[in-house]
Design a protein around this ligand. Structure first.
Ligand code: ATP
Length: 252
């Protein structure tokens, strides 16, 4: 039994069957990649997992509890965090403040923008946020305004905002999209460090096969809303069904 169990999940948008009959089991403390051509349903599946979309059929269980019917913040409190394709950060705040906000949210159950007025009283949260930023190698950028960060650092910051909540499952939506090779490799190294330093399960959507094969222990190939094959990276390489799924696609 995996920490995440998706069973018979289907989702339609009008006449379009975005997810057909998705079954997926993600084992605890592993990195599981979900790959597939454009329009395969990867983002739709992720949106179901975080409560942004309600599927028409099926069930989603996280650590034995149903995710369906819960609001995104409730799913977050269950221990599922998501890093978006476009970083969701507070541009006008400093790097440190950005990481403090989810700490307040976790402690108080609500975002508290006014919290910074009494920041001296929040020593524990400042320390926690600073340690997190050290873990993602952003200790030199604590006082920088988030809007002035490079694209790679914005993603790194968003990762810190997720990780500071100590999620048990981290969902990564194309974590290296748009990055140059050096930044991509830094992100791979960072994710490996994160994985090795704590109990965490990762589910990652990614088009860059270098990233997928560097990180994933299991890979599910999704095509037209249905898993075609699930296997180890070694067995996925050169698998005829994978070639079939990507046939005619520009990347993969
Ligand atoms: N809100 C929506 N309304 C209507 N159709 C949608 C909606 N969201 C997604 N779709 C359609 O559902 C299908 C699956 O889309 P989805 O974004 O999940 O694919 P994907 O595998 O993530 O693609 P990509 O790799 O391009 O991000 C596509 O045909 C898409 O156009």
């Amino acid at each position: 039994m995996g920490i995440l169990e998706v069973k018979n999940v289907g989702k339609r948008f009008g006449g379009l069957q975005a997810l057909g009959d998705v079954n997926l089991s993600v084992a605890e403390n592993t990195v599981h990649a979900i790959i597939g051509p454009n329009g395969a349903g990867k983002s739709t599946l992720l949106n179901v997992l975080v409560g942004k979309l309600i599927p028409d059929t099926g069930s989603v269980m996280f650590d034995g509890q149903s995710v369906l019917g819960r609001k995104p913040h409730e799913i977050n409190q269950m221990g599922i965090s998501r890093v978006f394709q476009t970083p969701e950060i507070f541009s006008d705040l400093t790097v440190l403040e950005n990481v403090m906000i989810p700490c307040f949210a976790k402690r108080d159950g609500a975002y508290r923008m006014h919290a910074f007025e009494t920041v001296e009283d929040e020593v524990d949260i400042v320390q926690k946020a600073e340690q997190m930023l050290l873990d993602v190698n952003m200790q030199d950028k604590l006082r920088m305004t988030a809007s002035s960060l490079s694209r790679g650092d914005k993603r790194r910051l968003e990762m810190a905002m997720c990780l500071v909540q100590e999620p048990r499952l981290l969902l990564l939506d194309e974590p290296t999209a748009g990055m140059a090779r050096a930044d991509t490799n830094n992100t791979i190294d960072l994710l490996k460090e994160i994985k090795d330093s704590r109990d965490i399960t990762m589910a990652i959507i990614e088009h860059d096969m270098h990233v997928v094969f560097s990180l994933a222990e299991r890979i599910t190939v999704l095509a037209q809303g249905t898993p075609l094959v699930e296997d180890t990276p070694e067995n996925i390489k050169g698998h005829p069904k994978v070639q079939e799924a990507y046939l005619g696609q520009a990347h993969g």
